[in-house]
Design a protein around this ligand. Structure first.
Ligand code: PLP
Length: 403
């Protein structure tokens, strides 16, 4: 095919020919194979999500068993199902909010839009209807539905769609004083702050020391809710189950997706602190939001099996080992003058190469290593089962490409 086919790819040039895409036909562990038989090291865990690696029978079997028992049913009132209840309880138990309620959806974008709606409705129910503003951070990525697009701190992603959701205000991602100024001016009207603890798609930006604590303090002082978007950070990526635990800051609402199932089935959600959930628990109050596939039993079966694998294989701790090995490699590249600097935590890293990263990313792909390029950074976010030899291969390939 030398023309675009029927498939319209996300975040891609619609004019690009279908034959110019890499056609992935199978995957095992951290290795992908395309339709020509070429193999690639999956240095991005697909799209920041495949914690347990590809081809895991444990998850495939759990989903198959579920499909053979109850393939699908909704969880709108009056229905529920065992897998949805089990997944919610397991997710809450790993979170810093063990008594939380857990709302389920399919995508990170659904989780984010739901968290923004929940923040506003909670403020209304507290008798603060003027509190509608949402504070977002530069470099933040929160999905592509209208709420998440409005919450984006990556400007090009907000452009071209016409008017977005009103009452969003942006603060720099690294300066708590600037956030304090916004709160001083608008505190009475701020419903919530939405923040990735470690910003991912915007280029892997761990928080400055004290920054997340500062956001927590400002929210407490001004009766605003703190939403952590843990869609990338959750389920071991930063060396704890959630980045909230890595950085010792507890939000009111947390979104998750990706690593919750390692992508084997679509699942996302919002973890809602017990205190916030109380605002919604008045008898007779009806929560008028949710999705057809909220609590889908096959997705929830994938989550339960995936979380059990992360636990039994010690993958949360393994993220820290990956970080240590990655940093050893980066240090050598810095010492050789090949790269300028690096940043990250656990198993998510960016390395600054001092030039446009897109050609370097392409050269890595040609040599069989999948990474991302953002600005002048190459991004590395491998499955948590990546081996030391594979980390070595990533570093060696980068060395070849950059020299
Ligand atoms: C932090 C964060 N939030 C939300 C999203 C949106 O998730 P989805 O693409 O599943 O809608 C993403 C996706 O990369 C993300 O990284």
């Amino acid at each position: 095919m030398s023309v675009p086919g029927n498939l319209l790819h996300p975040f891609s040039e619609p004019a690009k020919s279908e034959s110019d895409f890499v056609n992935v036909v199978s995957a095992e562990g951290s290795v992908l194979t395309d339709d020509t038989g070429k193999q690639y090291l999956d240095g991005m865990a697909s799209l920041w999500y495949c914690q347990v690696g590809h081809g895991r029978r444990e998850i495939i079997d759990a989903v198959t068993t579920q499909l053979n028992t109850l393939a699908t049913y909704n969880t709108f009132d009056p229905f529920t199902n065992d897998r949805a209840r089990e997944a919610a309880a397991l997710i809450a138990s790993k979170s810093p909010l063990p008594d939380a309620r857990v709302f389920l959806g399919c995508s990170g974008s659904e989780a984010i839009d739901t968290s923004l709606k929940l923040a506003r409705i909670v403020q209304q129910r507290r008798g603060r209807p003027d509190k509608q503003m949402i504070v977002r951070r530069t470099h933040g990525y929160h999905g592509t539905n209208f709420g998440g697009t409005s919450a984006q701190g990556i400007e090009p992603n907000r452009e071209g769609w016409g008017e977005l959701v009103p009452h969003f205000v942006e603060v720099p991602n690294d300066n708590i004083e600037e956030a304090a100024k916004v709160f001083a001016e608008h505190g009475e009207r701020i419903a919530a702050v939405v923040s990735e603890p470690v910003q991912g798609a915007g280029g892997v930006w761990p928080p400055e020391d004290g920054y997340l604590q500062g956001l927590r303090r400002l929210c407490d002082q001004h009766d605003a809710l703190l939403i952590f978007d843990e869609v990338i950070c959750g389920f071991g990526r930063t060396g704890s189950w959630f980045a909230s635990q890595t950085f010792g800051v507890t939000p009111d609402l947390m979104t998750f997706a990706k690593g919750v199932t390692s992508g084997y089935q679509p699942l996302s959600g919002v973890i809602i602190s017990a205190e916030v959930a109380t605002e919604l628990s008045e008898p007779g109050f009806l929560l008028r939001t949710g999705y057809t596939y909220s609590g889908h039993p096959a997705s929830c079966a994938a989550a339960v099996a995936n979380i059990e694998l992360i636990e039994s294989e010690g993958l949360v701790e393994r993220a820290n080992h990956i970080g240590k090995k990655t940093v050893e490699g980066f240090d050598a590249l810095v010492a050789d003058g090949m790269v300028k600097s690096y940043r990250g935590v656990g198993a998510v890293w960016a390395v600054e190469i001092g030039r446009d990263a897109i050609p370097a990313k392409q050269a890595m792909l040609d040599r069989g290593v999948v990474v991302r390029g953002v600005g002048e950074s190459l991004i590395w976010c491998p499955p948590l089962v990546v081996t030391d030899d594979q980390i070595g291969m990533f570093i060696e390939t980068m060395e070849q490409v950059l020299s």
